[in-house]
Design a protein around this ligand. Structure first.
Ligand SMILES: [Zn+2]
Length: 70
């Protein structure tokens, strides 16, 4: 997950789980919407650095069911 922030240098996405940022300015307009590219890069970062659990919300009910099975 990430949040969108702004500073004097422009708009950027900031990772919730670490200090990693993706600057929208660093993407090229001719490759498509820059904010979309930044969001995609952030999703890749999140998956690689923090694992799929930080992208997909865990389902507490299912976790409780599976842990209480035995
Ligand atoms: Zn991160």
């Amino acid at each position: 997950m990430y949040k969108i922030s702004k500073d004097p240098n422009g708009t950027f996405l900031q990772c919730h789980d670490c200090s990693h940022i993706e600057r929208i300015d660093s993407f090229m307009e001719d490759q498509g919407n820059r904010r979309t590219q930044a969001a995609r890069a952030m999703q890749i970062h999140s998956r690689e650095k923090h694992g799929p659990a930080s992208v997909l919300q865990p389902i507490p009910k299912a976790a409780m069911l599976s842990s209480g099975r035995d």
